[in-house]
Design a protein around this ligand. Structure first.
Ligand SMILES: Cc1cc2nc3c(=O)[nH]c(=O)nc-3n(C[C@H](O)[C@H](O)[C@H](O)COP(=O)(O)O)c2cc1C
Length: 355
């Protein structure tokens, strides 16, 4: 019998297990990517929150930390995106795949294809999956509504079969996965593997400091909520004191927080008030957000960094998938992936044996 865990994902990405560690801003660092890749999964470095200079440094560090190939995540609208794309292409001997949300056009996707780099966009809707494939992407990750960070409302169990029916490229399942049962289920649906963010954030090698890590472990499913008040786009986070304040605030408090956020951004970046307002206005140019919300959106990365980098679990924001509500441990990546492999194999064997 062929190995059920050898799929198009393991063949195309050159990893042992059909498991992807997704990109997470400030969390998917070279250390975490190396740990997941060395343990048999395929890791993505989170460059969407980096400047080109930082990305170059982190890529060089990652190259030294693992002999395995890896992926890079970026957004085509981030500052310095063109330089990051050039950087990825210059590292094509080790970068096997890129992931992104909306953005890259057929020309950019073609450049990656020509360099032998697989484009695996993360999609949250059937239409988006079809569009990405029509632009030349050769694999897609489907993130159902259970997923962490910015997220949609259609659950993985509904969106995954919809996308599998709609496109003719290999599909990776994401959103709510955390163990070997999930991997067996993803393969049973017809996906070529599963991708996980939150589960890898909750590992020993994840760089998140102890206090927020403890908050992720402690959170039950009812301690996690989707908010649109942070940056105007639905984002799932741990319901901590800061998110509660944001959720219950009215217009005046929203302006107050926007001013605080703007002031913090000004201090951290050295921008003038004019530049802070221009950044915020840049986000409102698309027309959907009032200025106070845009100022919050421009400052949202700092609120997230305050928790996942500086360790303030009360006054920073912690993006998460709902799966954190049932995870109670912080295993090493090796232990996690070993248990995923054992569990997936035993569930698949039991199904095949009809027991
Ligand atoms: C803390 C956190 C940060 C994230 N940052 C990014 C990011 O920078 N780029 C991106 O494409 N997706 C980002 N995501 C989404 C994940 O890559 C992934 O699609 C999602 O976590 C999958 O759902 P799961 O958490 O249920 O496994 C983030 C998710 C989390 C939890």
């Amino acid at each position: 019998m062929t190995d059920p865990l050898a799929t198009a994902l393991t063949r195309r990405l050159g990893c042992r297990l059909p498991v992807i560690q997704t990109a997470m801003g400030w969390v998917a660092t070279p250390e975490l990517v190396a740990a997941t890749s060395n343990a048999g999964a395929f890791g993505f470095l989170a460059c969407a929150v980096m400047s080109p200079a930082q990305a170059a440094e982190e890529l060089a560090r990652l190259r030294d930390l693992t002999p395995h190939d890896f992926g890079v995540n970026f957004h085509s609208f981030q500052p310095g995106a063109a330089q990051i794309v050039d950087l990825i292409l210059a590292n094509k001997d080790r970068v096997r795949a890129v992931s992104f949300g909306r953005g890259p056009d057929a020309g950019m996707i073609g450049r990656f294809r020509d360099a032998g780099i697989l484009c695996i966009p993360t999609v949250g809707a059937v239409k988006h999956a079809e569009k990405m494939v029509s632009l030349g992407c050769e694999m897609v990750t489907v993130q159902g509504g259970e997923g962490g960070g910015h997220t949609g409302s259609v659950p993985t169990t509904v969106l995954l079969p919809q996308v599998l029916d709609a496109v003719d490229v290999p599909v990776v399942a994401a959103g709510g996965f955390g163990d070997g049962r999930g991997l067996a289920a993803a393969l049973a649906f017809g996906a070529v593997g599963m991708a996980m963010g939150t589960r890898f954030l909750m590992t020993a090698e994840s760089p998140v400091p102890p206090a927020p890590k403890a908050a992720y472990v402690k959170a039950g499913v009812t301690d996690i909520a989707v908010s649109t008040k942070v940056d105007g786009i639905p984002q799932r986070m741990i319901l901590n004191p800061l998110l509660r304040r944001i959720e219950s605030s009215g217009r005046l408090a929203m302006w107050q927080r926007a001013m605080e956020a703007g002031l913090a951004m000004k201090r951290q970046t050295g921008m003038s008030w004019g530049q802070v307002i221009a950044t915020a206005r840049g986000m409102t140019a698309h027309g959907e957000m009032p200025l106070a919300q845009a100022m919050m959106a421009a400052a949202a990365p700092m609120m997230i960094q305050r928790a996942v980098v500086s360790g303030d679990a009360e006054n920073g924001l912690m993006a998460t998938g709902v799966v954190a509500g049932r995870l109670r441990d912080l295993p090493t990546c090796t232990d996690l992936l070993q248990s995923i492999e054992t569990e997936a194999r035993s569930h698949i064997a039991a199904l095949c044996a009809g027991s």
